[in-house]
Design a protein. Structure first.
Length: 255
């Protein structure tokens, strides 16, 4: 059974982030054109988190700190013409990862990558969407439903999924050179106090939340106002990725 290349989800994660190109993301993707001239960043706040720093200075600190992480958990949600798209992945700089992807009407997959091996477990909707005809569909369900498919990371059916385990690809577009982010109060993400920063660009609004205590990681990025709104949260920085190899009895080796 050919696996669905999930490049659309990855494109959405990266390109939708780039939609906020004023948010220091001007280097990535087709939306990464030079930002329109914007009002300079609001003056620094004399009190509260990061006293004396402007919104752009806080954002640049957050981007630098986040890009320095050796691992993190990324959760992303977006709405597309093909339906809701969801991702929840823990990824590290070694290329290991574990998590789930839900791709609208195409279905979902659980993903584990350790070393050069990828394990994928497809749900019934995904298996049905990839099979042609009743006989092939039933064969796919009989063989693969509830089982993990094991393949080399560079195999044709696995390499697109393996690309989701490249932490650098999620962060490479973030550049610490913002000049226009503005403070917009304080909030929380997962119970962690945050500083809220906002920018607007070509009809879209980007809202970033930066940890107000400890390492100034970027904890949430939302882009609204466009055709495909997106919401990303980042957590579990520098924690071990929970990679657990499936039991042998649950693995189907397509090779």
């Amino acid at each position: 059974m050919p696996a669905v290349p999930p490049t659309r989800l990855k494109r959405l994660v990266l390109a939708s982030a780039c939609a906020a190109s004023a948010l220091a993301l001007t280097a990535c993707g087709p939306l990464g054109q030079a930002a329109e001239k914007s009002t300079p960043s609001a003056p620094s706040s004399p009190s509260g988190p990061y006293p004396g720093l402007s919104g752009s200075e806080i954002l640049n600190k957050a981007i630098t700190a986040t890009k320095a992480a050796t691992s993190l958990r990324l959760r992303v949600t977006t709405e597309t013409a093909d339906g809701p798209v969801r991702g929840d992945l823990s990824v590290d700089t070694k290329g290991d990862c574990a998590g789930t992807l839900q791709m609208g009407a195409e279905g979902g997959v659980e993903l584990v990558k350790t070393g050069d091996t990828v394990y994928m477990r497809f749900d019934e909707k995904m298996l049905r969407s990839q099979a042609d005809g009743e006989e092939e569909t039933q064969a796919a369900l009989d063989l693969l439903l509830g089982k993990w498919v094991r393949e080399k990371a560079d195999a044709a059916d696995a390499k697109d999924f393996a690309e989701f385990c490249d932490l650098d690809s999620y962060l490479e577009g973030f550049q610490a050179n913002d000049t226009v982010a503005k403070r917009a109060g304080e909030s929380t993400v997962g119970g962690t106090p945050t500083v809220v920063l906002t920018e607007s660009h070509q009809g879209e609004k980007a809202t970033a939340q930066v940890a107000a205590k400890g390492t100034p990681h970027l904890l949430r990025l939302q882009v609204t106002g466009g055709a495909e709104p997106i919401d990303m949260t980042f957590s579990e920085f520098d924690e071990p990725v929970p990679v657990k190899k499936p039991a042998a009895k649950d693995i189907v080796d397509l090779d």
